[in-house]
Design a binder for this molecule. Structure first.
Ligand code: OGA
Ligand code: MN
Length: 294
């Protein structure tokens, strides 16, 4: 069966039409990967994938991350779920560890900016939807970069940003306890270039709520710059808002997109199953990329 796709907005998001057997067969994997990097976020309707099927699709597209609670405790890497499928829920009974961090998903972010090589992509399918709200939004940081004036693109390409978990989580929970803040602070900081020259040839802004400050810049200037870029990158024209239906699958390119959950009712049993594909290239500034080729 041939794969077809329909753009959901001009700059980000496509609905892919492919039947389940064809998707699971893997023959379209290269085409899907290409579309993912071109369109940032892909959605499929009516698939109703089991965990095993979700893993199969994930493995056809990249290097499926297999987490373990032990690695999470020792290595300061969030538990990505046993056997590669993470349960995303605010209910501590469903996933006690993850529920401690998940409220941060309500703010615009990239996943895994604390890691040396951020994840390439995420596959996300609902097992239970909220009564109200709970859409997921995606913002193309490729498109946001491409629309900046040339001189600003060049200036930003020289900057690096320090990413911290406190920066990501404190704005989402200002009434946190000192103990919670101390846990967040115990995660390593990570510095990434602000502009990513991808191997694909595209460039994107590396923005996320985790972006705490611009290295070596005056604090007020750094704050204003990151705020301004975040406002720029999340304008309607760069975003797609997905209204979930049971059976959907969304896949996003975590290297060229931010995403966020929209608010949903307290006490909701909203739950998604998620596979993460490991990163395939470190965040590389345009100059570094040029030097590597020379
Ligand atoms: C995530 C995430 C958004 C959502 O799982 O990384 O940000 O809508 N999820 O739950
Ligand atoms: Mn996320």
């Amino acid at each position: 069966m041939a794969l077809t796709s329909v753009d959901l907005t001009p700059r980000i998001g496509s609905e892919v039409k492919l039947d389940k057997a064809a998707l699971l067969g893997g023959a379209h994997a290269a085409e899907i990967r290409k579309l993912l990097v071109t369109r940032g976020a892909l959605v499929f309707r009516g698939l109703n994938l089991s965990d095993e099927e979700l893993r199969t699709v994930a493995r056809s597209l990249g290097d499926l991350r297999i987490g373990s609670a032990k690695r999470a405790a020792d290595g300061k890497v969030l538990n990505e779920g046993e056997e590669g499928v993470l349960k995303v829920s605010l209910d501590p009974k469903v996933n006690p560890e993850y529920a401690r961090f998940l409220f941060g998903n309500l703010l615009w972010h990239m996943d895994g900016t604390y890691e040396p090589v951020p994840p390439f992509a995420t596959l996300f399918t609902p097992t239970r939807l909220s009564q109200e709200g709970g859409d997921t939004m995606f913002a193309s940081t490729y498109a946001a970069y491409e629309d900046l004036p040339k001189d600003e693109q060049e200036r930003l390409a020289t900057l690096r940003v320090v990413h911290t978990m406190q920066a990501a989580l404190f704005p989402a929970k200002r009434d946190c306890t000192p103990e919670e803040f101390a846990v967040w602070s115990s995660y390593p900081q990570r510095v990434h270039p602000l502009v990513w020259q991808h191997k694909s040839g595209r460039r994107s802004l590396v923005l996320s709520t985790s972006g705490a400050w611009v290295e070596g810049m005056h604090a007020a200037e750094s704050h204003d710059l990151l705020q301004r870029l975040m406002a720029h990158a999340t304008q309607d024209k760069y975003t797609y808002r997905h209204k979930w239906q049971p059976g959907d699958l969304a896949i996003w390119d975590n290297t060229g997109c931010m995403h966020r959950a929209m608010p949903f009712e307290a006490g909701s049993k909203r739950e998604f199953h998620r596979c993460t594909l490991n990163g395939e290239e470190p965040v590389t500034a345009p100059k570094q990329a040029a030097e590597a080729v020379a």
